[in-house]
Design a protein around this ligand. Sequence first.
Ligand SMILES: Cc1cc2nc3c(=O)[nH]c(=O)nc-3n(C[C@H](O)[C@H](O)[C@H](O)COP(=O)(O)OP(=O)(O)OC[C@H]3O[C@@H](n4cnc5c(N)ncnc54)[C@H](O)[C@@H]3O)c2cc1C
Length: 235
Amino acid sequence: MVRKFDFLVIGSGIAGMSFALKVAHKGKVALICKSGLEEANTYFAQGGVASVTNLLVDNFDKHIEDTMIAGDWISNRAAVEKVVREAPAQIEELIKWGVDFDKNEKGEFDLHREGGHSEFRILHHKDNTGAEIQDSLIKAVQRHPNITVIENQFAIEINLFESREEVIPVTLRFAVIPGWDAQQQNVISFQIFFAAFCNVMDIGNVFTKLFLNHFCDIFGITGVAAEKDASDSHE
Ligand SMILES: Cc1cc2nc3c(=O)[nH]c(=O)nc-3n(C[C@H](O)[C@H](O)[C@H](O)COP(=O)(O)OP(=O)(O)OC[C@H]3O[C@@H](n4cnc5c(N)ncnc54)[C@H](O)[C@@H]3O)c2cc1C
């Protein structure tokens, strides 16, 4: 069986699903996760999401400074600045995808202040913000006609090959779970235009936010993906 994709995303947390939703209007997306869509650290994040939303009392410089202090000045300042300055736009996108952040009686975000923050800037949904984000993104992903979800595939080997073409040949070896069995592996060969590995907690988040802009203007180019099952491509 041959299936065609333009984007390959591994991971169904906030990074993977938001990336899939951002690019899905440009082409076919394969969204792969090791078990079910809902199985991610994102689901368990209770506290909330930090973002400057009230410019009367808060600003980006304060948020950047708080973050650098909390990271004991070893955080990459360029990454911190980019994530902090782009946070309000990312919050807007989450809301567009269905995430419901709590508001006060004035209709403003009900902001909390948590450890390391000098201002009230934490958006939340009751005390289960992560579950609200995960559930909302799952619904948005399932509604999108261009996103194909491939569950129960634990990536154990990823080979990216050099190519002079627009597309990148990728070979992924998966263990099928549940019921881990080293003998029971799939090899899926893709030719895709862009691959995103969104499965490394904060690194995944930063990866998406930092690199997305660079690729957006060339996202129009499409590639193809050929998926084979283990029987015809296993070594
Ligand atoms: C208990 C808890 C509380 C937290 N509280 C907060 C908070 O209040 N505020 C906050 O900002 N952050 C909080 N965090 C951190 C936050 O949850 C993470 O930074 C964020 O969810 C990371 O998102 P992600 O999409 O990068 O990764 P994840 O949500 O972890 O998603 C990773 C995805 O990759 C998949 N995957 C992993 N390995 C493989 C593989 N080999 N093959 C295929 N798929 C794979 C997983 O199945 C999953 O779908 C908390 C974390 C925890 C655990």
